[in-house]
Ligand binder design. Structure first.
Ligand SMILES: [Zn+2]
Length: 172
């Protein structure tokens, strides 16, 4: 399996495969330093761009430092993420042809009030945001609450999807 990074229509740079990938195959591991959520918040509270992947209940995150951090979000992704013994694998959901961009659904969570995480994936069923469906719902409920504070939760995202969690903040 061979992956390469090049410019992407979805967002800045993307990760592409030069070879065919069979359904179920591990495409890449999301590697990096393992740090606590608190440490991530401290490091990246003011950052516009982060590559963080929440593990388990979100108490620990991987501060991405590998090919996998270039993989873009798509609402109709060809891969999903799996957490196995503290390792996060990006696994093919279907057969992927050579030249295709590798994508997975970020299902972002717990983002800043002012960060809409707008999605440009171009999928037919694009939900317009990289937040998870559950997060969109809770953010809508929050927006209706008077007196909410602006920007206080920036950099914090939580995801309920199958125990794994991803968070990533993009430059707009
Ligand atoms: Zn989308």
């Amino acid at each position: 399996m061979a992956l390469m990074i090049r410019s992407s229509a979805i967002h800045a740079a993307g990760c592409y495969t030069t070879t065919a990938i069979r359904k179920g195959a591990r495409v890449a591991e999301y590697t990096g330093h393992l740090i606590t959520k608190e440490e991530a918040d401290r490091r990246y509270d003011d950052s516009l761009l982060t590559y963080l992947f929440g593990l388990g209940d979100g108490a620990m995150v991987i501060d991405g430092h590998s090919m996998a951090m270039f993989i873009n979000h798509s609402c109709q992704a060809n891969c999903e993420t799996e957490e196995i013994d503290g390792h996060v694998w990006i696994t093919a959901l279907r057969h992927i042809a050579p030249g295709e961009e590798i994508t997975y659904d970020y299902c972002l969570y717990d983002g800043g009030d002012d960060d809409e995480a707008i999605c440009n994936c171009g999928a037919k069923k694009c939900r317009g945001t990289m937040y998870s469906a559950a997060e969109v719902k809770s953010r809508k409920a929050k927006a209706g609450t008077p007196g909410k504070t602006q920007g206080k939760t920036q950099g914090k995202r939580r995801n309920n999807k199958s125990g794994s969690a991803s968070r990533k903040k993009h430059k707009r």
